[in-house]
Design a protein around this ligand. Sequence first.
Ligand code: HEM
Length: 181
Amino acid sequence: MLFLLHHPAVCKRIQDELDREVGKFRRPTLADKQRLPYTTAALMEVQRLNFIAPISVPHKALRTVNFRGYTIPEGTTVLANQWSIMMDEEKWPNPQQFDPSRFLDEFGNVKKNVAWIPFSVGKRSCPGEVLARQEIFLVLTALLQAFSFRSSDGEALPECVGKTGSLYVCPDFHVCAVPRF
Ligand code: HEM
């Protein structure tokens, strides 16, 4: 929500897509996702820049391993800096920039990028990925279909910078929801 408030043009484009593909007489469903590539791309871009688990969860080396010249002894706690992958300039031109179009191909279809790993990778990647992605899509599309959002009167919007602990958490802010129809 904070990213969308900071980028009203992106928000408007999502609402245009929702109006065109879903209309206003029913709520968006998962069956609509295929026809909402810009919305999908924008949500992916939010998850790239707002990586809620930047160092994932602690893992432990089961045996001593050599990795790129470093010896990691058995039993060492390993924290993978996955944030660095989502901010890698070689994988993402201008990585700090909020740009949903990086997830779209020339035909406007959603384009995957193997460096997009908000749910981590491998055997211990997040088992809630499918559920989480579906919920994010359904909640955000239902809200954006029905409301326009703006910051609360007289209150400055916080920057899109989270508080970092083991999770990267959005700062508190107020928002006004104005019915669109
Ligand atoms: C936006 C939402 C979510 C994000 C970004 C997210 C991200 C992650 C990440 C990065 C990990 C660490 C994976 C690793 O160790 O390499 C993880 C682990 C895990 N997640 Fe999620 N998650 C989300 C939602 C959920 C939901 C909705 C559930 C359950 C319904 C869930 C259940 C779990 C569990 C059980 C683990 C531990 C898996 C293991 O250690 O084998 N997550 N998640």
